[in-house]
Design a protein around this ligand. Sequence first.
Ligand SMILES: [Zn+2]
Ligand SMILES: [Zn+2]
Length: 273
Amino acid sequence: MPLKPYACTNCGHWQKYFAVPPNCPICTDVRNDLPENGWEFVTPEQVAPTLDYHWREAIPGVWEFWSTPRFGLDSHGWLLTYPDGNVAFEAAPYYNAAQLAKIGELGGIRFLAASHPHGYGALFQLQEAFNPALLIQKDDLEWTKAMHVTLPYDDVFEIRPGLSLHHTGGHYDGHAILYDRERKAVFAGDSLKIDFDADGSAQRISCHKAYHKQIPLSRDEVRRYRAVYEQLDFTTVFTPFEYATDTSTKAALALFDELIAGPPFTSPIQIAR
Ligand SMILES: [Zn+2]
Ligand SMILES: [Zn+2]
């Protein structure tokens, strides 16, 4: 019997299964909430007509793919374009034919990666459509059943000069971030959460082990984040959900220093500038 993709409507996680899956591993994990009204799984044929599909060039050379209304955790996919092969990081909840055609027009995908399962979205679709190398930090391999990881890595992996993946652990054991030296940008996954004001300006910053349950990171986990981030000079932060062009290394280190100095917390603090 062919395996079929099913998405959990609570978090958007895709599983390939021979029947409707009995549960969702992302939602049964402590870092997400269970669906209050029970499990609901949908197939691509069911999801596709319910969404509107969008893309735009967020900053020069970085394309953003997303859909509305919100589906699952509502992740956005980022595509970094290069003449010798594009790099995709995180993925949108589901891609329609027009979005896939746009990615094809932009040169397809040579390397595909993600910070951790909350940013995976429909990563499996991107792998099927473009056959890129799939880079996942080795400690997150257990969450990748719907895909085929071809390039597991350890602490640091340089995709191309100035573009590197860095293992942070913390939020997930295999959580990793993508650093783009040329654009002074970090794709932070859920190692940083940015809160915006109604006018769209980035105001507050936080980090957490589990967002829904507001579980803080342990002190050593924060120290690890700090050790990774202090090596990276950036002014723009992309998360799986949005981006802020005025949030720098200084803001991240100020958050980590406050967490290391006192009792653990998850509440956002003002962004240091
Ligand atoms: Zn789920
Ligand atoms: Zn997460």
